[in-house]
Design a protein around this ligand. Structure first.
Ligand SMILES: *Cc1c(COP(=O)(O)O)cnc(C)c1O
Length: 453
């Protein structure tokens, strides 16, 4: 029997993050100011982000040293295991070798603290006392609350009101780690008050919560804002995932043929994939690298590659990305972390260059794969992660047909212990698949900001 878990020692936690910008065959399109439509500079972002992170956002350095304070915190749960899903392979009767990089072992239960810890460190280093953010179902809010607590920084989370009321457990996680969590729209900001004046029962939205968190940071000298995905520095921090995975494959003398991750804003996918993309660009490797999204929110497979706002409220700079339109309202699928209208500019750039692929799945086949995985491997994956699992399963089933013994690896971005309501619905046959609303998307896309290129 081969080893099930390929482990590294704490000493082998990477000492530097990998910055793909140094190796891109074509530079990233610039980020534009929403009013002037001209490229923005570091100073434009200074009111809401610390300079350490702004410089990482635009850095062209290939390797960026991970501060020892951040590595010390990573040691709580890193290096994470690379696991061979040997029981699942047997159950699927596939000759493929399936591996997963298990990020669900972090205290908040996902990959998100890889960047939360780094972001809080750079804020603290510049004297920031308080950090604000928004959260939907609470995965990002709880990761930031966890990190802020470790560095003694205050954390204020604006949580979309429907989730605040319907999914109290992640809120309790945040409060246990000492964060202040309010339902958004709130009375605490101008943006929140003006919405409540018009609609006292507003269920809130991610766009509204972003507006509140940004306003809070911009109007308090000791406060900055933090974002959990999409931006270059977030993807940079997540590369610890792929760098460890490369080392783990080296240990067992393998190299993956297929690399898979689910995409919401693109950070966990990129975290695993970017070091493998480097090997494609620099060493000419032929690895297939696949981003998996929900059919209900198909930014890459159905969106347009255009400049758009990062938020629903049209406050952020313009990012060139595959987008469904900033006011696209995705159906209420259970993979809350994948309901984002756009996608990380780095991921989009790689897709446009043909270095990565994208596929989309409905939530019933996704949960079918999650249950198949859980019954073989034991772990119950997050609904987001289950998208990657579905793609890995299809790849393994194709190997069963063709007889190929491909090596497949996917990012197991988090556990599903707070998502058992969704599993319950699936097991009772009550999950709906949402058809892609072609009409609606065409309509929202017609409202994209006009940018001459
Ligand atoms: C937030 C989240 C995602 C989606 O976000 P990305 O930035 O695309 O990684 C995926 N899986 C889990 C478990 C998450 O918490």
């Amino acid at each position: 029997m081969p080893d099930i878990k390929i482990m590294l020692s704490e000493e082998e936690i990477p000492k530097a993050w990998y910055n793909i910008q140094a190796d891109l065959p074509k530079p990233l399109p610039p980020v534009l100011h929403p009013a002037t439509k001209k490229p923005i500079g570091p100073d434009d972002l200074a009111p809401i982000f610390p300079m350490g992170l702004i410089l990482q956002e635009v850095s062209q350095e290939r390797w960026i040293e991970i501060p020892s304070e951040v590595r010390e915190v990573y040691k709580i749960w890193r290096p994470t295991p690379l696991v061979r899903a040997i029981r699942w392979e047997k159950q699927l009767r596939t000759p493929a070798k399936i591996y997963y990089k298990w990020e669900g072992v972090s205290p908040p239960g996902s990959h998100k603290p890889n960047t939360a810890v780094a972001q809080v460190f750079y804020n603290k280093a510049e004297g920031v006392r308080r950090i604000t953010t928004e959260t939907g179902a609470g995965q990002w809010g709880s990761a930031l609350a966890f990190a802020c607590n470790l560095f003694g920084v205050e954390c204020k989370v604006y949580m979309v009101r429907v989730s605040y009321e319907q999914k109290p457990y992640r809120r309790v996680l945040m409060e246990t780690w000492g964060a202040k969590c309010v339902a958004s729209p709130s009375e605490d900001t101008q943006a929140g008050r003006s919405i409540l004046a018009k609609d006292p029962d507003s269920p809130g939205s991610l766009g509204i919560a972003i507006s509140e968190a940004v306003e809070d940071a911009a109007t308090h000298d000791d406060t900055k804002y933090s974002l959990g995905s999409v931006l270059n520095h977030v993807l940079l921090h997540q590369t610890v995932i792929g760098l460890e995975t490369l080392k783990q494959f080296e240990r067992v003398g393998e190299y993956p043929d297929v690399v898979i991750g689910c995409v919401g804003g693109g950070s966990n996918f990129a975290g695993l994939a970017l070091p493998f993309v480097r090997d494609k660009i620099v060493e000419g490797k032929k690895t297939r690298i696949i981003a998996v999204e929900p059919t209900a929110c198909p930014s890459m497979t159905k969106g347009l590659y255009r400049y758009d706002f990062g938020d629903t409220a049209c406050m952020t700079p313009l990012l060139k990305m595959f987008t469904l339109g900033h006011d696209f309202m995705p159906a209420p699928i259970h993979a809350g972390g994948l309901r984002y209208h756009g996608m990380a500019p780095i991921v989009c750039h790689l897709y446009a260059l043909g270095l990565i692929e994208a596929v989309a799945y409905h939530q019933n086949p996704v949960f079918e794969a999650a249950v198949s995985f859980a019954r073989a491997e034991g772990f119950i994956p997050a609904p987001e992660t289950a998208h990657a699992i579905r793609a890995a399963m299809d790849e393994a089933l194709r190997c069963r047909e063709s007889g190929e013994a491909k090596v497949i690896v996917f990012n197991a971005s988090g556990h599903g212990h707070f998502d058992l309501g969704a599993y319950e619905k699936y097991l009772r046959g009550q999950l709906e698949d949402y058809e892609y609303p072609e009409e609606k998307v065409r309509e929202t896309l017609s409202r994209l900001p006009v940018v001459e290129e």
